[in-house]
Structure formats: structure tokens, C-alpha cells
Ligand binder design. Structure first.
Ligand code: HEC
Length: 148
């Protein structure tokens, strides 16, 4: 047996003992310092970070709402909503006359088009339109559904 082999044989258990000792010290440190309140504080920080991340996520999802104008016109509804989310199934909604067949000017609640989007029934197999989009259609119909 060479000298270096002897050294590693003696050294290995020493290293293990040191490692175990370090672990023990670490756990003692944890037990002394991780009181109940500090655990709660840590969890609070974690929850706040998670809430912030979720907030940022939803902000970026909802940013398309910003494009919806305050006083919507037929053109804005056609380009922002109908063209992107309805025409693939309803080619008839590509013209003002086609849209008007599903709309009672001045009365959103009796307009089939508004009822379908506010109930979430349309667009079919897709997520419900954003509140801003539904509001825009409602306001446009309320204003008499002009061809503007
Ligand atoms: C994936 C296909 C699909 C998409 C996208 C879609 N629709 Fe529909 N839509 C249908 C089908 C199928 C029906 C008939 C069955 C029903 O009423 O559930 C229908 C029915 C309707 C009706 C009732 C009158 C009719 O023509 O039968 C309206 C109004 C309507 N959709 C509006 C919309 C609007 C507005 C959008 C976009 C926001 C939209 N749809 C998106 C498939 C779709």
C-alpha cells in the first residue's frame, strides 16, 4: 500500500466527519434562526413575488384591450374584433349589412351578436372576448350601430 493510498484511507472518514459536522451546524443554525415568524415572513415575500409575476403576466395578456377605442366605430369593431375572431367561421359578418342582420340598432340586449359574445357563446371554441371588446360592441350598438 502506497503512502498516498494510506492518506486517502485516513482522509476519507475525516472528510465525512467534517461534512457531517458541517451539516449538523447548518441544521442547528436553521433551527435557531428559522422561527415561526421568519418562516411566515419568507412565505409572505414568496407570495408577493408570485402575485407580482401573475400581475405582470395578466397585464401583458390584457394589453390588447388598450387598442379598443373609447368611442368605438363600426370600422374599429370590424378590424379589431370581427375580422380577427369571427370571420373564419362567419364570412357573412365581413360587411356592414351582414353585421346589421344580427344587430338591433340602439338595443344591445336584443341584438343576437351582442348576446352571443356577452354570454361567451361566441367566438366558438375560443376564449371569451375581453370586457373591453364586449363593451365596445355594446356602446356601438347603443349609439345606433352607425356605419362609421
Ligand atoms: C369556430 C367557429 C366560430 C367562430 C370563431 C365564431 N362563431 Fe359564431 N357561430 C358558429 C356556429 C357553428 C354557430 C351556430 C351554432 C350556435 O349558435 O352555437 C354560430 C352562431 C353565431 C351567431 C348566431 C346566428 C347565426 O349565424 O347562427 C352569431 C350572432 C355569432 N355566431 C356571432 C359570432 C361572433 C360575433 C363571433 C366572433 C366574436 C363568432 N360568432 C365567432 C361558429 C363560430
Amino acid at each position: 500500500m502506497s503512502r498516498s493510498e494510506v492518506r486517502t484511507l485516513l482522509g476519507a472518514p475525516l472528510k465525512t466527519r467534517l461534512a457531517i459536522h458541517n451539516l449538523k451546524m447548518y441544521f442547528e443554525y436553521l433551527l435557531q434562526n428559522l422561527t415561526f415568524t421568519s418562516i411566515i415572513a419568507r412565505m409572505n415575500r414568496l407570495m408577493r413575488a408570485l402575485a407580482l409575476a401573475a400581475g405582470l403576466f395578466f397585464c401583458s395578456c390584457g394589453s390588447r384591450d388598450l387598442k379598443v377605442p373609447a368611442s368605438p366605430t363600426y370600422q374599429s369593431i370590424q378590424t379589431l374584433t370581427i375580422r380577427q375572431k369571427c370571420l373564419q367561421c362567419h364570412s357573412s359578418l365581413s360587411t356592414y349589412e351582414g353585421v346589421l342582420q344580427n344587430v338591433t340598432p340602439g338595443n344591445p340586449s336584443t341584438s343576437l351578436l351582442f348576446r352571443q359574445i356577452s354570454s361567451g357563446n361566441m367566438p366558438q371554441w375560443s376564449p371569451k372576448l375581453s370586457d373591453a371588446e364586449i363593451q365596445a360592441v355594446s356602446a356601438w350598438i347603443q349609439n345606433g350601430a352607425p356605419n362609421d
